[in-house]
Design a protein around this ligand. Structure first.
Ligand code: HEM
Length: 401
């Protein structure tokens, strides 16, 4: 017999306390999310990995009858999410998942992504050059957001003038907007991307990543227009929403832990390896995307029946005291290997090498130019975004120095 736990209304403001409570009780519980959706929530590290790879679990939202790409934890929105985004790899099981992922894997290997380093450095330097000592700014707005969105827009061949529209649409899609707002944002983004894919398909092929994807056949296989729209949507949203908040959450963690900030200032060569600790401590994806059980599943002795929504909190798993010592403490010198901030199994983040590269470049340049930056707000006044998927702040006010 399990009891249904209601997650508190302010869950997104302090998920860690709720996770600690749930994790202490068991590896997985039946919970009601703040907006009413009933799900099974996994909070322990071992069971998170099991849930992310179990053959009893499916991500096929279309077959599962849930036309939803990225969960909003609102039952109303489960039905209303923009259907033209659903044909993407994150919503499919093998063999469909394998086929879609194979077409883009090569472009995102660590070796290929490393070739982007000079351009990423240039974009970061350009953004930093517009900032001055003494400025009080929202770091997300002036730096953490424009860096990854510029990179992903360039990869997709999308004009950068549209980036504020994307931020707005994507914000609506991943947060608890009203169903009408979510639908309107989804519709606007779908229309824009359809137009973009059509324009690239009609243009002469060139050797940019997205043009190649639109025009190339891989062993006789080719993406349909619907698949291309859905792929562009996934890359665009996954490619910036996460990295923005990895940078933002890391800067906040450092400003709250001056001893750790000092270590990175003294030894910037530690920044690339410390990425894993920032991903572990406050990764930008709280609850992984939507899954459901096709068959009954045993998770650490708890039986999850078939046909249930299964959610895995990556943030909770990464702070499991069974897996990491002093899990709530930032330690930039620890080995945080084994964290699940990028997921686990076949849906492991395709963009992980790019995210790591962007984070390395961003933190290296930021700390070199503004080593004495400080928080320009009381920590208690910072507000987290109203999303169970994305763990990130609304704004991060800092004073540059
Ligand atoms: C999948 C996290 C950056 C593209 C995922 C998943 C996670 C994740 C947790 C798996 C979700 C699940 O299984 O439910 C992150 C984090 C990032 C990041 C923490 C940055 C810090 C990126 C970037 C890109 C990207 C920069 C694109 C260029 C993707 C794609 C998938 C994915 C395409 C789906 C993979 C599949 O279904 O096989 N990411 N991501 N991500 N991510 Fe990322």
């Amino acid at each position: 017999m399990t009891t249904l736990t209601q997650l508190p209304d302010d869950y997104v403001q302090n998920p860690h306390a709720v996770h600690d409570m749930l994790r202490a009780e068991g590896p997985v519980q039946e919970v009601r999310m703040p907006r009413g959706l009933k799900v099974w929530l996994v909070t322990r590290h071992d069971e998170a990995k099991t849930a992310l790879t179990a053959p009893e679990v499916s991500k096929n939202v279309v077959e599962g009858g849930h036309l939803m790409v990225l969960h909003s934890a609102d039952p109303e929105q489960v039905r209303r999410f923009e259907p033209s985004f659903s044909a993407n790899m994150l919503n499919l099981d093998p063999p469909d998942h394998t086929r879609l992922r194979k077409l883009v894997t090569k472009a995102f290997t660590a070796r290929r992504v490393e070739l982007l380093r000079p351009r990423v450095q240039e974009i970061a330097a350009e953004l930093i050059s517009q900032l001055n000592d003494g400025d009080e700014v929202d770091l997300l707005d002036v730096f953490a957001f424009p860096l990854p969105i510029t990179v992903i827009c360039e990869l997709l061949g999308i004009p950068i003038d549209n980036r504020d529209d994307f931020r707005e649409w994507s914000n609506q899609l991943l947060s608890f907007g009203t169903p009408e707002q979510v639908q309107a944002a989804g519709g606007a983004m779908a229309a824009f991307l359809l137009q973009h894919v059509t324009a690239i398909a009609e243009a002469e092929p060139n050797d940019t990543f997205f043009s190649a994807l639109v025009h190339t056949e891989d062993a006789g296989d080719r993406l349909t227009t619907e698949e291309l729209v859905s792929m562009a949507f996934l890359l665009l949203v996954a490619g910036h929403e996460t990295t923005v908040n990895l940078i933002g959450n890391a800067v906040l963690s450092l400003l709250r832990n001056p001893d750790q900030l000092q270590i990175l200032k003294d030894r910037p060569e530690l920044i690339p390896a410390s990425t894993e600790e920032f991903l572990r401590l406050e990764g930008p994806v709280n609850i992984a995307t939507f899954r459901y059980t096709k068959e009954p599943l045993d998770l650490g002795g708890v039986k999850v029946p078939a046909g249930e929504i299964l959610m895995v909190s990556l943030v909770a798993a990464n702070r499991d005291p069974q897996r990491y010592e002093n899990p709530d403490q930032l330690d930039v010198t620890r080995s945080a290997q084994g964290h699940v901030a990028f997921g686990h199994g076949i849906h492991f983040c395709l963009g992980a090498p790019l995210a790591r590269l962007e984070f390395d470049v961003a933190m290296t340049q930021l700390l070199a130019r503004f080593p004495n930056l400080t928080l320009a707000a009381e920590p208690e006044t910072l507000v987290w975004r109203d999303s169970t998927l994305i763990r990130g702040l609304h704004t991060l006010p800092v004073r540059l120095a």
